[in-house]
Design a protein around this ligand. Structure first.
Ligand code: PLP
Length: 468
């Protein structure tokens, strides 16, 4: 019998390296103060390990770089577009493939063509750009994640599932004619990168068909979702991630996609659609109307705001992201950090999601009340101690001042450690785990923060703080 290896190694070797920058404690203290204790305002060169986001921060493969050299920059009908279109069609099965510069551009075009004031768009959890683009059309973005997804410590295999009863109740309440589309985000980014089961996707599809509703996937992390289905859902263990992805896409009428996630590219996205199976003014010529809008704001339909070389990088990335070796490593390496933190007694959202680990800062730092931003304080401490940049997802991001000096506490204060794709090795992650264990031991010394300046909207990007 061949030996069964337990160690899951990075399924690549390194051909190009980019130095990272070590800084002193004193330097970090000085630049933190200068940045008003807001990690978005740091220079990236002052960061040693950057876990701010997994969006566009991945490393491309030698095949992707080779593809970039083959990029055809013809304005119309470029070879690179046809390669991109073929890759998207192969995986999704959708007829119309519309390239965009990012996921949010695909959202804006789709919602612009479909949504009217007063409409309701259900989703498990809307990502922030998705919500903002729906609200910009005067429609309501309604989150209907199933109950398991609302409890951070609860272990459940598919915490990204939508609540089917709540979806049915929403249709009864507002009427199918006021629901231009139903969305499902795979994996559920705003809900901790948790997967959605195939059974749930299938059930949403059946419900939508029964009520003549258009069903669109927010597919940014479709490959990670496919891997979770393979691991956790009965009947899928012997299918390839590609076959599972094809089945997922087959239940929906189209998708929006950010290629900065599971496209393994640094920029790009797309909207892919079948011809809507329903009659009515709303759906009339939908793909063509989206392409008309694309020409107005993004570019001609064979490049959509991207360079030919970007289309090549995405075409290759979409195939690489479905490799089993890659997905096994990707999901395992995220869980590896989660397991280390759990063993050290650090409270995290369970079970680990696909692209990030979320520390429950409110339970870790009970001495800091929500209005002194425990998650921001923890993220700042982690940078100060170890040069690691994480992102606050809590009171700073979602809280709003309701009266002078008073804020309603939000539901959670999390610190997200987002893992860029194929960028950091196991020793980098060991360093991150050691740093967090160290911060956890001395956590009683961490002080809260107070806001000294904030913008009226999306304050987390630019707010300035000082120690409380
Ligand atoms: C990143 C993301 C988007 C938006 O994509 P961008 O490329 O950042 O515009 C939409 N939905 C989800 C779930 C995402 O993670």
């Amino acid at each position: 019998m061949p030996h069964e290896f337990k160690t899951i190694i990075e399924p690549f070797k390194i051909k190009t390296v980019e130095p990272i920058h070590f800084t002193t404690y004193e330097h970090r203290r000085a630049v933190l103060e200068e940045a008003g204790y807001n990690l978005f305002l740091l220079h990236a060169d002052d960061v040693l390990i950057d876990l701010l986001t997994d969006s566009g921060t991945g490393a491309m493969s030698s095949e992707q770089w080779a593809g970039m050299m083959r990029g055809d920059e013809s304005y119309a009908g470029a070879r690179s577009f046809y390669r991109f279109e073929e890759a998207v069609q192969e995986i999704t099965g959708y007829t119309h493939v519309i390239p965009t510069h990012q996921g949010r551009a695909a959202e804006r075009i789709l919602f612009g063509a479909l949504c009217r004031p007063g409409d309701v768009v259900p989703n498990n959890n809307h990502f922030d750009t998705t919500r903002a683009n729906i609200e910009y059309r005067g429609a309501e973005a309604r989150d209907l994640v199933a109950d398991a997804g609302r409890h951070p410590q609860l272990i459940h295999p598919f915490k990204g599932n939508i609540d089917l009863d709540a979806l049915e109740a929403t249709v009864d309440e507002v009427g199918a004619e006021n629901i231009p589309l139903v969305m499902l985000t795979i994996t559920n980014n705003a809900g901790g990168g948790q997967p959605v089961s195939m059974a749930n996707i299938r059930a949403v599809s059946e419900l939508c068909k029964r009520h003549n509703l258009l069903f669109i996937l927010d597919a940014c992390r479709f490959a990670e979702n496919a891997w979770f289905i393979k691991q956790r859902e009965q009947g899928y263990a012997d299918m390839t991630p590609r076959e599972i992805a094809h089945e997922m896409f087959g239940y929906a009428d189209g998708c929006t996609m950010s290629a900065k996630k599971d496209g393994l590219a640094n920029i790009g996205g797309f909207l892919a659609l079948n011809d809507p199976p329903y009659d009515g003014q709303r759906y009339l010529d939908l793909p063509q109307r989206c392409k008309n809008q694309l020409i107005l704001t993004e570019g001609f339909p064979t490049y959509g705001g991207l360079a030919g070389y970007d289309l090549e990088a995405i075409a290759v990335g979409l195939r690489e992201v479905l490799h089993e070796d890659y997905l096994r490593y990707r999901i395992r390496s995220t869980a590896y950090l989660g397991d280390k933190l759990t063993a050290a007694g650090v409270p995290i959202v369970q079970p680990p999601g696909g692209h990030a680990i979320y520390i429950d800062a409110r339970s870790m730092l009970p001495h800091i009340p929500p209005h002194e931003y425990p998650a921001q304080a923890l993220a700042v401490a982690l940078y100060l101690e170890a040069g690691i940049r994480a992102v606050e997802i809590g009171q700073v991001m979602f809280g709003r001042p309701v009266a002078a000096g008073f804020e309603e506490p939000g539901p959670l204060d999390l610190v997200r450690l987002t893992i860029p794709r194929r960028v950091y090795t196991q020793s980098h992650i060991d360093y991150v785990a050691e740093a967090i264990e160290h911060v956890n031991i001395a956590k009683d010394r961490i002080r809260g923060l107070r806001i000294v300046w904030q913008a009226p909207a999306l304050r987390h990007f630019s707010a300035r703080f000082e120690p409380a």
